[in-house]
Design a binder for this molecule. Structure first.
Ligand SMILES: C[S@@+](CC[C@H](N)C(=O)[O-])C[C@H]1O[C@@H](n2cnc3c(N)ncnc32)[C@H](O)[C@@H]1O
Length: 241
């Protein structure tokens, strides 16, 4: 896999604002090697037509082809370095996990974990999860969506880039099956309020703030917040119609 496969399409004037910071971090030898060996097996690109996801005849993402079985599908948006994703997928082998991460070193780090732990139920998409959801994920096809510690965009003028906002939540809800869950968490107090308000305002989503469920490990980004004395808020809602 050549590195140019992973170059992002920049946001053009007609594209929605991105929810992530564009970063170009060096990969290092192990991660570059992981991409070469493992991305073709367990990864696909949101943007690059040379490494597309498998699709059904209708053009939607095809989980059966991706995982080789028909199991409930969990999407994690912004899996970071992948520790939490790998731990949750290892503990829940009856479901399949699609981690979507815009940051290439994170994609590589998770691929290495998948290999090390021998996980068969994890695939990793490189790129913008919102773009993938809009273009490729069939309505009603996800059992759960997780977004743990999405970029907080603390400055008021950047709040429009936050992942949890009404238009994005409408998209996520549409891609969940009825009965499926959306689980978000943050260590930013005003984002926690925004998450609670936006998610509970949607009449088709029911739920609210919960203590951290035991199945969600403390994530890397969360630990940084905890070390700074931040409180952490989890919000879990279920699609009811
Ligand atoms: C603050 S980090 C948290 C990472 C991890 N969940 C954790 O808790 O340690 C947020 C991550 O989400 C990714 N991200 C943000 N918006 C995204 C999007 N639309 N699609 C894919 N990844 C996204 C960023 O690249 C970043 O790695």
């Amino acid at each position: 896999m050549q590195p140019d496969v992973f170059t992002h399409r920049a946001s053009g004037p007609h594209e929605p604002l991105r929810t992530f910071h564009p970063r170009r971090s060096p990969l290092g030898t192990d991660r570059a090697d992981a991409l070469t060996r493992l991305f073709p097996r367990w990864g696909f690109s949101v943007d690059d037509p040379r490494v597309p996801p498998p699709r059904t005849r209708d053009g939607w993402l095809d989980p059966l082809a991706l995982y080789g079985r028909d199991a409930p599908l969990v999407m994690e948006i912004g899996s970071g370095m992948g520790d939490a994703t790998a731990a949750m997928a290892a503990a829940d082998p009856g479901r399949d996990w699609l981690a979507v991460e815009a940051h290439l070193p994170g994609v590589a780090a998770l691929l290495l974990l998948v290999e090390r732990l021998g996980l068969t139920n994890v695939r990793v998409a490189h790129g913008d999860a919102l773009r993938l959801l809009r273009a490729d994920v069939a309505p009603g096809s996800l059992d759960a969506v997780h977004a743990f510690f999405p970029d907080p965009w603390p400055k008021a003028r950047h709040h429009k880039r936050r992942l949890v906002q009404p238009a994005h939540v409408a998209l996520l809800r549409d891609r969940l099956r009825v009965g499926g869950t959306l689980h978000v968490a943050t260590d930013w107090a005003d984002y926690a309020e925004q998450m609670r308000d936006v998610l509970t305002a949607d009449p088709d989503l029911v739920g609210g703030v919960v203590p951290r469920p035991a199945h969600r490990p403390v994530t890397r980004f969360e630990q940084r917040g905890l070390d700074l004395g931040h409180d952490v808020t989890d919000v879990v809602v279920r699609r009811v119609r």
